[in-house]
Design a protein around this ligand. Structure first.
Ligand code: 5GP
Ligand code: MN
Length: 336
């Protein structure tokens, strides 16, 4: 581990920096990464953001998005960037498996690795850590890192603010989850003062859907929603065949699970989707119900207490069956 003074010394001179984030990045992952990018370039650093995979179109408008390198599209370039980096920022994840093959490249790199994250149980691969599970989002921690650790609040310009606002907004469910504090609203106020156009950001992310996507949501709610009142649980499960007529793209299934959770009395909501290579699971819960425990124990995953995910190599039908079969184990907690 290195201390803040050493990190500050390192950042005092222009250096080669890589920023990376978890695969299939969401609004917080991309907002944090490009927020930090737009700050670091003002200091004269040579910076690249590497995403392990592609990401939704409704995040591709973020300031300097064209500068992002996608590992699966440019493997050699990405490996070279990691190998030559002096500093690697690892944002919104804390286990190298979350960045796929890029994880091994980061592990063997001699760069100083900085983890900025808000997930439970961090792995020990970093040299400097700005980590809190109480943070609403990694973007909130990036704000704190720039403004309070590096004392560079004056460099939070419109581009930085726009990215960080996007991260906070998406990870806090538009400012409605329990980790939204008065302090977070003060940070958000600062971001708006710095130029973040809150209404425009909401529009770009949430009112920017394709007709297909909206119709697919309608299909899910009408035909694939199951409600298990005896367990206060709702499930939406969609097979590969279900996706085809709607030309479902990366990001199109994001947020569907929240509709299941919005039913009154529902404590646990699940979205199970059959992807080409595996079956992916998204869980959401309310109150103290530990969605992450189910993901960790049964679906090779993890996450936060109220928002977690996992994946399985078993068949789609098997995963759906398995999910239903574990509900009795949690009956007491679900009915509390
Ligand atoms: P989502 O359901 O939106 O894909 O993921 C919700 C949260 O669950 C993410 O922010 C992340 O913390 C966690 N998560 C999702 N998928 C995985 C996974 O495969 N492994 C782990 N460890 N966490 C995951
Ligand atoms: Mn996050």
């Amino acid at each position: 581990m290195i201390d803040l003074a050493t990190l500050k010394d390192k950042l005092a001179e222009p250096c080669q920096i890589v920023i990376t984030t978890h695969h299939k990045p969401d609004g917080d992952a991309m907002g944090s990464s490009l927020g930090l990018y737009n700050y670091l370039i003002q200091k004269g650093h040579h910076v690249k953001v590497i995403s392990p995979t592609d990401y939704p179109y409704f995040l591709q408008w973020l300031p300097n998005n064209p500068e992002v390198v996608i590992y699966t599209e440019k493997e050699e370039e990405s490996k070279k960037l990691v190998a030559e980096a002096e500093l690697i920022f690892c944002l919104d994840f804390n286990a190298l498996s979350r960045i796929n093959e890029l994880g091994e490249e980061v592990r063997k790199s001699w760069a100083i690795k900085i983890m900025i994250d808000h997930h439970l149980e961090p792995e020990d691969f970093d040299d400097y850590r700005h980590w809190s599970i109480n943070a609403s989002s990694t973007a909130e921690l990036i704000y704190d890192f720039i403004a309070n650790r590096l004392n560079d609040g004056n460099l939070i310009n419109k581009d930085v603010a726009t990215c960080l606002y996007t991260g906070i907004m998406t990870d806090s469910g538009s400012f409605r989850f329990p980790n939204v504090t008065s302090n977070l609203h003060r940070i958000v106020a600062d971001l708006i003062d710095a130029g973040a156009e809150n209404w425009r950001i909401h529009q770009q992310v949430y009112d920017n859907t394709t007709e297909n996507r909206l119709r697919f949501l309608g299909f899910c709610l009408t035909n694939r929603l199951e409600v298990f009142r005896e367990f206060n649980t709702a499930l939406i499960s969609v097979s590969k065949e279900d996706l085809k007529p709607y030309d479902v793209q990366t990001g199109d299934t994001e947020g569907i699970v929240n509709y299941a959770l919005s039913i009154s009395g529902i404590k646990l909501a699940a979205f199970i989707v059959e992807r080409s290579d595996k079956v992916k699971l998204s869980l959401r819960s309310t109150g103290t119900f530990p969605a992450n425990e189910i993901c960790k124990k049964y679906f090779n995953g993890g996450g936060h207490r109220n928002a977690a995910g996992g994946a399985s190599d078993e068949s789609f039908a098997e995963v759906v069956k398995k999910f239903k079969s574990i509900l009795p184990e949690y009956k007491n907690l679900l009915l509390q």
